[in-house]
Write a protein that binds this ligand. Structure first.
Ligand code: GAL
Length: 673
């Protein structure tokens, strides 16, 4: 049977009716307004633990039964959460060990949220009890369509990790499992450096500001452990649910979030969901924010290579950024359609109704303190609801496909950030986004893969920026991919360390297929200006240059000055039936644009709608069995005209347009050819 989740586009959001139990009219008013706004689902119970279990061992669900039933009578479904995102105060007071201990070994006081210890046996036991109660109680309720496991795992404002004695124990056993012997660990961590040799597992302590903070092997393994430990907790939460219910599970992710390897987490859940709060209007032009947001959605979609749910976004404004700027009129519609365009099957809000007190009382909501349907926020949400209803049947079964992938790898990110070399900020995500930007500007879908990916062969082009760490079977896969005809673009500061963060000696892996040897990498100071020439045009180096020797690859671009003069900056090498491209330089975007322009022409990759999209306009394609729907979006706050390469049909109206398409400010048009 088809899962109900796959049958329509969803419109809804986080709903916290437990805050309004003493004002029963609120529920009826909410239902009236939800129907007006075409809301078809809500997320409930995310922070309801204290309401479910006000005293240890006493459980109450009647309050929520009434709410779920009333919503369901009005055709509003529920995504039900496990409530571990925030712990009841009684629990934090009675069992101090459920609270996280910071890296400085100070235990947190009760309060806040997302800050429990993932290793604590008591925490795990309490989680099992509450999840069991919730799952048992709601297992057969027809209103429930999915399980929302916890909330934004790891989002506690620091490195997500707890350093308590239970976590030390769990970390040591994780290490034993990984290395087998203490000698193997010492070798992997290169502990003879500074006399750090460990004789016993018990000597190992997690990184700390007042303790070990420089042993790279330890620090990277700690990050891996924290990520694995959170995933293990998630698995345990789901195990309890599975005793009672087969409904799909998800947990809401946060895009380029540094503390959990989402490529690994994805296989613990049935479908992927994400929360996104783009900072629209912060810059004069929206392009950079649009690119970053499109990348977040593309990454989320790539995790399972399937549509996902946008679990949270704000209809208007956030309250937790340095500057909280409200979406201008029309931006909500554009931003919602952007999520759909890149693979979301829902637009869900944080939050349906603004709370009256405490930290989030000024966070945007569909229903604001003033109440009712008159607010701009409500009207904009209502128009998104109407649009989703209109396009639901057309879009829901489609997904984005791509012939291009960027390698984005969490472990590479961690290792790169730790490396004490060159400059503090390694700009990994920024660099990835810079490459992504070209494809966004050209209206070409792009996926993300990590180094474990088994899907390399599906892509015509793979871009691997700053692959500092080669891990797993990545080297062999790249070799095979290129040998069999793939096109591989990679850059400076790649292939430096193995998965233990130990530097490769002598020749680096893949140098043979790249066609050179790297002699040096150097950082330029602000006043050192180095340029390189590619196809007769001069480009400025951003800040890193490499010196290559023994070059057998074709040189496509040369350094022009300083000690680099005459050395290759950009190369291409044939290997098997494929090609490797290399940037021995950290370029500015201008070069990436020109380079990809040439490469994509060569590979015959282009957007079907137009090869000359105006600045600030992009196209994303969702398709299924020959049906293709192009989302053309104007991120400019002015009208534009798109020169069409072929006639198009606007959907769902079937209006034919040839030659050129007019797009209003912030407009999205869905078309087919
Ligand atoms: C998310 C969180 C929500 C809410 C929202 C505010 O990080 O999951 O509960 O706090 O932020 O933007």
């Amino acid at each position: 049977m088809k899962n109900i989740l796959d049958t329509r586009l969803w419109h809804g959001g986080d709903y916290n009716p437990e805050q309004w139990l003493d004002v029963p009219e609120v529920l009826e008013e909410d239902i009236r307004l939800m129907k007006q706004a075409n809301i078809n689902c809500v997320s409930l119970g995310i922070f309801s633990w204290a309401e479910y279990e006000p005293k240890e061992g006493e459980f109450y669900f009647e309050w929520l039964d009434k709410i779920i039933n009333r919503l369901y009578e009005n055709k509003i479904y529920t995504i039900l959460a496990t409530p571990t995102g925030a712990l009841p105060i009684w629990m934090q007071v009675k069992y101090p060990e459920v609270r996280q201990m910071q890296a400085n070994r100070i235990r947190n006081l009760p309060g806040n949220r997302h800050n429990f210890c993932y290793s604590s046996p008591i925490m795990r036991e309490k989680m099992r009890i509450i999840n069991e109660q919730v799952a048992k109680h709601y297992k057969d309720h027809p209103a429930i369509i999915a399980w929302h496991i916890s909330n934004e795992y790891g989002n506690n404002g620091n490195d997500s990790s707890c350093h308590c004695p239970e976590c030390q124990k769990a970390f040591r056993s994780w290490l034993k499992n990984k290395y087998g012997t203490i000698e193997a660990l010492n070798a992997a961590w290169w502990t003879k450096f500074w006399s750090h040799t460990y004789q016993d597992w018990e000597m190992i302590e997690s990184p700390a500001p007042h303790g070990e903070s420089m042993l790279h092997g330890l620090k990277i393994d700690w990050k891996r452990f924290v990520s694995d430990n959170i995933q293990d907790f998630c698995k345990e939460e789901i195990k309890v649910i599975r005793k009672y219910s087969e409904l799909p599970t998800t947990t809401n992710l946060m895009g380029f979030f540094g503390n959990i390897d989402y490529f690994k987490l994805q296989d613990k859940i049935d479908f992927v969901s994400v929360d996104a709060y783009p900072s629209w209007h912060e810059e004069k032009e929206e392009i950079n924010v649009a690119v970053e947001t499109a990348a977040i959605y593309s990454l989320t979609r790539s995790l399972k290579r399937k549509p996902f749910l946008l679990m949270e976004n704000t209809p208007t404004v956030t309250n937790w950024k340095k500057n909280n700027i409200t979406k201008r009129k029309g931006m909500h519609q554009l931003s919602a359609m952007q999520a759909i365009a890149h693979g979301s099957n829902s637009i869900q809000y944080f939050q349906w109704r603004q709370s009256r007190g405490s930290y989030e009382k000024f966070h945007g909501a569909v229903i604001e303190h003033q109440g009712g349907e008159k607010s701009r926020s409500f009207k904009e949400v209502q128009s998104v609801g109407a649009c989703l209803k209109d396009i639901s049947d057309l879009i829901v079964h489609t997904c984005n496909k791509s012939e291009v992938a960027i390698v984005f790898d969490w472990e590479n990110w961690w290792a790169l950030d730790e490396a004490a070399a060159l400059k503090e900020d390694k700009e990994y995500v920024e660099t990835v986004l810079m490459h992504f930007k070209y494809f966004w500007e050209k209206g070409i879908n792009i996926d993300f893969i990590d180094m474990d990916s088994q899907y390399m062969k599906d892509y015509k082009l793979i871009i691997a920026p700053v692959n500092y760490m080669y891990r797993g079977d990545y080297i062999e896969k790249v070799r095979e991919y290129v040998h069999n005809g793939g096109n591989y673009v990679t850059t400076y500061w790649s292939g430096i360390v193995d998965s233990h963060d130990l530097c490769y000696l002598n020749e680096r892996p893949l140098e043979d297929i790249l066609g050179f040897h790297v002699d040096e990498i150097n950082l330029l100071s602000n006043h050192q200006k180095v340029t390189f020439n590619y196809k007769g045009k001069q480009y400025l180096v951003r800040s890193l240059c490499e010196l290559l020797s023994e070059v057998t690859a074709n040189t496509l671009g040369w350094f022009e000055n300083d000690c680099y003069e005459g050395y290759p900056a950009i190369t291409q090498n044939q290997y098997g039936t494929g090609s490797c491209y290399y940037f021995a330089v950290q370029p500015e975007y201008e070069f990436l644009y020109d380079f990809y322009e040439d490469l994509l022409n060569k590979l015959g990759l282009r957007c079907d709608i137009s090869h000359q999209l105006p600045k600030g306009v992009t196209v994303a394609l969702r398709e299924d069995l020959g049906e293709k729907y192009y989302f053309i979006q104007n991120f400019n706050d002015y009208k534009v005209q798109v020169a069409l390469d072929k006639p198009i049909k606007k959907m769902p109206s079937h209006t034919l347009v040839s030659d050129s398409l007019n797009l209003e400010k912030y407009e999205t048009v869905i078309v087919t050819i």
